[in-house]
Design a protein around this ligand. Structure first.
Ligand code: CTP
Length: 497
């Protein structure tokens, strides 16, 4: 290869790595001597450099924006919790710490605060702290509560519901999952009382990491050493992604807004859709961890954070953009697609006197029905919306059958729903219907995202392609996407190591 070609290949490769950083490692594969990044519009590739490749910061931050409340108990292993904070911060996790009185004998609030870049909490009855953030709020403002090191004392308090300091009160008051990394002397660990507490905590849903076995600070040998900070960090990220981002690794395709169908360069057919509900759904799915592609008609809304938006105008463009975005695990068709388009769009503005008596109309393709068709690219879960002004449930049920989707979110649009801020919907699945009370469109979106997450995770993986739909209506086949992802992850590791 000539010199310029080598330089060009290197530039291309670093461009790919930058893209991978932005879009996540699961989208990068190495095939032979080429690296392939599945980008939004197309796959791009470049020759892989030979040998070991080091890229600073090459690991995509896997838990960006998630929050942990870290309780540091009093044990020699407390020094490892400083490294844990550093690793969590590196992964994008925000850490807020409670340092128990005993914990403060081993590490200082200053080092904990410097690493967590946040205030460190210590005393339950500090009036300033309570005014700033009450202990109840402190325990709930995180996505996960972590106790590391979890001493025999903290475990005993948590197992028995004792709340006599800030750490134990936070553990009793929290509504979040708790992860503990026990650390104590081997005899304390094997003592029947600790083992009893362990069983109780497990029954309460507390997740344990470690302890490891080995030589201990007290000179004894056996189980009781706190797990390595990297192992605790990995367990935290796994749990965070399951708890706060149940749709991590899933691709959601959403349509929103109206379509506009041109009559001439200045006039068009359209409808009153504001796009607000579809945008809220795209945002809620992204907040639940999904990679979201939003295909939007013309609306006056800002792009939802973390969502890839493709703006289109006509129904034909919307269909094309949706097909290009496949495969997807879930498709939510919220757009108010114009059912017809003028037979022809005049090249010049039609003058007053020249207008035909009637505009000839051609029916637009039905995007929802097209994407619902069984086939390798059918999303595992397809959700339509039904805008009705009468007999809402009956018409919506007929639409499930007609379009072949799995669920329909039916709403009565005879009032102020189109363009309004609230919605009252009926979620119809093949096996039943749920009426949701009137609520903000964002709340409808959050509830729908929860339902999607429950349906997709119930089957424990991607439902892309011919995998079963959430109600089991389609032919089952193990997801090729999952196998592809596993392969991609392996290749990514081999690219980076
Ligand atoms: N839809 C679509 N493509 C179309 C028309 C509708 O994808 N050309 C989708 C909408 O996004 C929605 C569902 O189909 O998810 C139902 O849309 P709706 O307007 O309620 O019904 P229509 O199919 O247009 O039927 P009708 O107007 O007769 O009620």
């Amino acid at each position: 290869m000539r010199d310029w070609a080598v330089a060009d290949a290197k530039n291309r490769f670093s461009e790919l790595i930058t893209k991978a950083l932005e879009e996540g490692p699961q989208r990068v594969t190495r095939r032979g001597r080429r690296v392939i990044v599945r980008a939004e519009d197309d796959a791009i590739d470049a020759p892989a450099p030979r040998g070991r490749v080091e890229y600073e910061g090459h690991v995509a931050r896997p838990a960006e924006g998630l929050r942990v409340l870290l309780i540091i108990g009093g044990g020699i292993a407390a020094y490892k919790s400083l490294e844990l904070i550093r690793l969590l911060r590196q992964s994008g996790v925000a850490v807020r710490a409670i340092l128990t009185e005993a914990g403060a004998q081993f590490v200082t609030p200053l080092s904990v605060g410097a690493l967590s870049e946040d205030k460190v909490y210590g005393d339950l009855f500090d009036l300033t702290d309570e005014a700033e953030m009450g202990h109840i709020e402190l325990s709930r403002s995180a996505d996960l509560v972590v106790v590391a090191p979890a001493t025999a004392d903290l475990m005993a308090k948590a197992a028995n519901g004792i709340a006599n300091d800030l750490a134990s009160t936070a553990l009793l008051a929290t509504d979040k999952r708790v992860l503990m990394a026990p650390a104590m002397n081997v005899r304390m660990w094997t003592h029947p009382a600790t083992q009893r507490n362990l069983t109780r905590l497990a029954a309460d849903g507390v997740v344990m990491v470690g302890p490891d076995e080995g030589a201990m600070a007290c000179g004894e040998f056996g189980p009781g050493r706190m797990a390595a900070p990297a192992a605790i960090r990995d367990a935290i990220i796994r749990l965070l992604n399951n708890e706060a981002r149940p749709l991590a690794g899933k691709h959601a395709l959403v349509t929103a807004g109206p379509t506009i169908e041109p009559i001439d360069p200045v006039r068009f057919l359209s409808n009153r859709s504001s796009g607000r509900q579809g945008y809220a759904i795209a945002a809620a799915l992204a907040a639940a961890g999904a990679r979201v592609s939003l295909v939007s008609g013309p609306v006056a809304l800002a792009d939802p954070p973390g969502v890839t938006v493709k703006r289109v105008e006509t129904a034909l463009e919307m269909l094309g953009a949706c097909e290009a975005a496949l495969p997807a695990d879930v498709f939510v068709s919220v757009a108010a697609v114009a059912d017809w388009r003028p037979d022809r769009c005049a090249e010049e503005k039609i003058k007053k006197g020249q207008a035909a008596k009637a505009i000839g109309l051609t029916e637009n393709p039905d995007i929802l029905a097209t994407l619902s068709k069984p086939g390798p690219n059918r999303p595992g879960l397809v959700i339509g919306f039904a805008a009705e002004t009468e007999h809402v449930e009956a018409h919506a049920r007929a639409k499930i059958a007609k379009k072949g989707c799995d669920w329909i979110v039916a709403n009565d649009v005879s009032g102020d729903v189109m363009g309004g801020v609230e919605n009252e919907v009926l979620l119809i699945r093949r096996d039943g219907a749920e009426r949701w009370p009137r609520m903000a469109k964002e709340a409808v979106a959050a509830r729908l995202a929860d339902a999607v997450a429950a349906a997709l995770t119930a089957r424990g993986g991607g439902l892309t392609g011919r995998a079963r739909c959430a109600d089991g209506a389609h032919a089952a086949k193990p997801s090729r996407r999952r196998r592809w992802r596993r392969r991609a992850r392996r290749s990514w590791r081999s690219i980076c190591d």
